[in-house]
Design a protein around this ligand. Structure first.
Ligand SMILES: Cc1cc2nc3c(=O)[nH]c(=O)nc-3n(C[C@H](O)[C@H](O)[C@H](O)COP(=O)(O)OP(=O)(O)OC[C@H]3O[C@@H](n4cnc5c(N)ncnc54)[C@H](O)[C@@H]3O)c2cc1C
Length: 346
C-alpha cells in the first residue's frame, strides 16, 4: 500500500486542467511530476477566449446537459484561489452580458439560468455598457462571471505547483505500462518515469493513452477560433456575447474575440466570419472605423462525449484518473479537486 505522503503522481498534460490538478496535488502534500509535451502548437488553453462562464450565453443557449452546480462550484473555487497571492489579480470579475436575436429569447435564457443572471433594460444597460450605440431592448447580465488570459491562469497554477515542489519534464508520453512491483512506468521521447499514480489531463491525447490501458474513451476535438483586435474608441470592460460577435477586453491584446469554426472549412472562410463579426462590433458600438484585426488562432477543443465532462478513475488501471472537460478553463479549479479526491481513493 502506497503511503499518501510518499505518493509520486505524474500529471500528463499542462493545459488548464493539468496545471490546476498539479497545483492541487502539491497542496495535498504529494510528490508531483508534470509531463509536458514539447509541441509546435501551444495547449488549447493558450488560445481560449477566457470567459469564466458558468451560465452559457443568451446568444447560443446551451443545448446539451450542463452541470450547473459544477460550473458554479468552479467559479467559487477560482474566486478563493485568486483572492490571495500568487494568483491574486489574475481574473477580472466584471460579469458578462449576452443577448439573443429576440427579447423573448433573452428573457427566457435569463429565467432558465436562475440566480446570477438578471435581465437588464436600456437605462441600466447604459451603466454596464456605456459605449453601446445600437442596444437591444433587453440583455442578460451574469454578474458572477469573469474573464482571464487563460495562459496566465495556467502558468500561475504551474508556478505555484513548482514553488510547492512539483517538477516538470518535457516528455510526450507514448506508453504507460503497469509495473509488477506496483505503480506505472511512463515512456516517451527517450525518457522514462516511474510513478505510483497518474492523472491523464492531456486533452485530445487522452484516448490513445487510455486505449493502451484497455479503456475506450472518446474525446473528440472541436475547432474554434480566437482572434485579437484593436479598436481605440471601443469602451468595454467585460465579456459581451451576441448572435453577431463574442468579445472581451484584454490588457495584453487590446481585445479578443471568439468565433465558431465549421469543421473542414478553409482558414479564409473562418477569417471572413471574423471580419464580419468585427463589422458588427463597429456597428453596435458606433465606432468611427473598423477594428483592426490582429492574429487568428484556431484551437481544437477537447470535448468528452456525453455532457462534456470526464473526471473518473480508469476501471482497468487502479490509480489512474482521466480528466478532460469543456469549458475547461472555467471548470479547471473544481475538477482539480475532484480528480485529487479520486486519485486518493482508487
Ligand atoms: C477559441 C476557443 C475559445 C475557448 N473559450 C473558452 C472560454 O471562454 N472558457 C472556457 O472555459 N473554455 C474555453 N475554451 C475551451 C478551453 O480552451 C478548453 O476546454 C481547455 O483549455 C482544455 O484544457 P486541457 O488542459 O484539457 O487541454 P490543453 O490545454 O489542450 O492541454 C493538454 C496538454 O496535453 C498535452 N498532451 C497531449 N498528449 C500528450 C501526451 N501523450 N504526453 C504529454 N502531453 C500531452 C498537449 O500538448 C497539451 O499541452 C475555448 C477553446 C477555444 C479553442
Amino acid at each position: 500500500m502506497v503511503r499518501e505522503s510518499m505518493m509520486r503522481v505524474a500529471v500528463v498534460g499542462s493545459g488548464a486542467l493539468g496545471a490546476a490538478v498539479a497545483d492541487e496535488l502539491v497542496r495535498r502534500g504529494l510528490s508531483v511530476v508534470v509531463c509536458t509535451a514539447e509541441e509546435s502548437r501551444p495547449p488549447v488553453t493558450d488560445v481560449a477566449f477566457g470567459w469564466l462562464n458558468s451560465h452559457g450565453s443568451a446568444a447560443e443557449p446551451p443545448s446539451g446537459a450542463r452541470d450547473r452546480d459544477e460550473l458554479a462550484r468552479s467559479l467559487g473555487v477560482l474566486r478563493n484561489v485568486t483572492a490571495t497571492p500568487p494568483l491574486r489579480g489574475v481574473i477580472t470579475w466584471n460579469g458578462a452580458v449576452s443577448w439573443a436575436s429576440t427579447a423573448a429569447a433573452t428573457a427566457r435564457f435569463a429565467e432558465q439560468s436562475g440566480s446570477g443572471v438578471a435581465t437588464v433594460e436600456a437605462e441600466a444597460l447604459r451603466q454596464i455598457l456605456p459605449g453601446l450605440r445600437v442596444a437591444p431592448p433587453v440583455v442578460a447580465h451574469a454578474s458572477d462571471e469573469g474573464m482571464v488570459e487563460p495562459d496566465d491562469l495556467r502558468r500561475a497554477f504551474l508556478a505555484r505547483a513548482r514553488a510547492g515542489g512539483a517538477t516538470e519534464v518535457a516528455i510526450r508520453v507514448d506508453r504507460i505500462r503497469a509495473r509488477r512491483a506496483g505503480g506505472y512506468e511512463l515512456q516517451g521521447t527517450g525518457a522514462a518515469l516511474v510513478v505510483d499514480r497518474i492523472v491523464l489531463a492531456c486533452g485530445t491525447g487522452l484516448p490513445a493513452l487510455a486505449e493502451q490501458l484497455g479503456e475506450h474513451i472518446e474525446v473528440p476535438g472541436v475547432p474554434a477560433a480566437r482572434f485579437t483586435f484593436t479598436a481605440p474608441e471601443l469602451r468595454l470592460d467585460r465579456v459581451v456575447s451576441t448572435p453577431a460577435f463574442e468579445i472581451r477586453p484584454s490588457a495584453r491584446h487590446g481585445f479578443v474575440g471568439a468565433e465558431d469554426v465549421v469543421p473542414g472549412e478553409t482558414e479564409a472562410a473562418t477569417r471572413a466570419r471574423v471580419r464580419a463579426s468585427l463589422s458588427a462590433v463597429r456597428e453596435a458600438f458606433g465606432l468611427p472605423q473598423e477594428p483592426v484585426l490582429g492574429d487568428v488562432a484556431i484551437g481544437v477543443r477537447p470535448i468528452p462525449a456525453g455532457d462534456g465532462v470526464l473526471c473518473a478513475p480508469l476501471a482497468s488501471a487502479p490509480g489512474i484518473v482521466a480528466l478532460a472537460a469543456h469549458p475547461g478553463v472555467t471548470l479547471a479549479a473544481s475538477l482539480a479537486l475532484r480528480a485529487a479526491e479520486q486519485l486518493g481513493n482508487p
